[in-house]
Design a protein around this ligand. Structure first.
Ligand code: F6P
Length: 405
């Protein structure tokens, strides 16, 4: 069959900040790599270009505000027309990226896009902490720049509330996928008719894609000098100079976001990197805090060996499964580390480069997520302070490299 004659409309559905644009871009990038001509039609982008009034104010999204409803409908119709034209010419896949949460809107779309098969993809994520972090990132957009952080947050939340009031999950539509966009998990799938490219699209939807992840351990701390574990020590002079070298090394890479733990040593290591970037945010995730060593917090390994020989011995015997009294073990960290990785990938959208500045045990667990290691070997993975791991894990490429900075 001639490739030029295979056509598909994809319509995104979901409340704001649910990862629709990230999924749309991921689909496009993967389809294009397969020589499938794909274009995204985003209503928000069109609104920002075409409407000169302030469309960031929440009332614009009130379903009772006739003017706002009319203008948003107008943007949607323009994009539908453009998507139709695109497929009418040589495009294969047109992705309509907008909330499309009301039944009424989706009926209009289905009625106007009859020329080719149509797949709806609903993005769902109700994790409160991730939504909050995601909204905090959204309000950095230029359209919120005239507001204080507090009022930008309120404004965006009110916007979401308006969309919620007209939200109808996919149910009646002929072809759809309901996706947990945090975990890349298909929650429900209904295919009433054969859809072109669906086998690949389904696979792209459930596959994590990490273009470039730079995994770094914080620089040297005062606790490191004394072999003490845990705590919240700051960087030594050498640690600060390591952080400065790191910033210099990455100055020409565009790093839009750096994830750290809540601890001073990771934030202090990330700051010089951020300071040499044009636009870079540091996001602290408590999921990346170092292993909680409970009763042993702030002790040195020698003190543990002398004062708590039973702890020292038991840990030596089975480091992966051992859990510090009142604290954690590698095994029990697994869940929060997985969660931290999901959060970081979700919050970084489709960024080409992501950086995580973590800790020794944390970085071992993050590495183990991407690299097969026997569990008993994970607590011994080499995590130096003057080198970083560069990880690529996309459908077409896998890379895992330890580099000096
Ligand atoms: O020494 C630094 C440190 O990050 C401690 O805070 C932590 O308890 C330890 O490394 C983890 O490494 P290990 O599991 O080998 O003791």
């Amino acid at each position: 069959m001639d490739m030029n004659s295979i056509k598909l409309f994809i319509v995104m559905v979901g409340l704001p900040a649910r990862g629709k644009s990230t999924i749309a871009t991921k689909l496009k990038e993967n389809l294009v790599k397969d020589d499938i001509k794909t274009r995204i039609f985003n209503n928000g982008d069109l609104r920002r270009v075409m409407l000169h009034e302030d469309t960031s104010r929440p009332e614009f999204y009130d379903p009772k505000n006739r003017e706002g409803v009319g203008l948003r409908r107008k943007m949607a119709l323009i994009n539908l027309e453009r998507a139709k034209n695109y497929l009418g010419k040589n495009g294969n896949v047109a992705i309509l990226d907008a909330t499309n949460v009301s039944l009424e809107r989706r009926k209009t779309i289905a009625a106007l896009l009859k020329s080719h098969p149509l797949l709806f993809i609903e993005c769902i994520n109700n994790d409160v902490s991730i939504l909050n972090a995601s909204i905090r990132r959204k309000i950095l957009l230029p359209e919120f720049q005239h507001l204080t952080e507090e009022s930008a947050l309120r404004s965006f939340e009110q916007r979401i509330a308006y969309y919620k009031s007209i939200y109808a999950p996919l149910e009646k539509e002929e072809n759809y996928v309901r996706l947990d966009s945090l975990n890349n998990k298909i929650l429900e799938e209904k295919l009433g008719s054969a859809l072109p490219f669906y086998d690949r699209i389904r696979d792209f939807l459930v596959t994590d894609s990490v273009k470039n992840l730079f995994l770094i351990r914080h620089g040297e701390t005062f606790f490191n000098l004394e072999n003490r574990i845990g705590g919240d020590s700051t960087l030594t002079k050498k640690g600060r100079s390591q952080a400065a070298s790191l910033g210099f090394y990455f100055r020409k890479r565009n790093i839009p976001v750096i994830f750290t733990s809540d601890k001073k040593r990771t934030v202090e290591t990330a700051e010089p990197v951020r300071d040499l970037q044009k636009n870079c945010a540091i996001i602290r995730l408590s999921e990346f805090n170092e292993i909680d060593s409970g009763v042993c917090e702030c002790m040195s390994y020698e003190e543990i060996r002398d004062k708590m020989p039973e702890v020292y011995k038991a840990r030596k015997e089975d480091k992966y499964n051992y859990v510090y009294p009142g604290g954690e073990g590698y095994r029990t960290m697994q869940e929060r580390i997985d969660r931290g990785i999901k959060k970081a990938l979700y919050l970084s959208g489709n960024a080409g480069n992501i950086m995580i500045v973590g800790h020794r045990a944390v970085n071992r667990m993050i590495l183990a997520n991407f690299l097969y290691r026997r569990r008993e070997d994970v607590p011994y993975i080499y995590i130096p302070q003057d080198k970083f791991y560069h990880i690529v894990a996309t459908q077409g490429r896998k890379l895992f490299q330890l580099k000096r900075y």
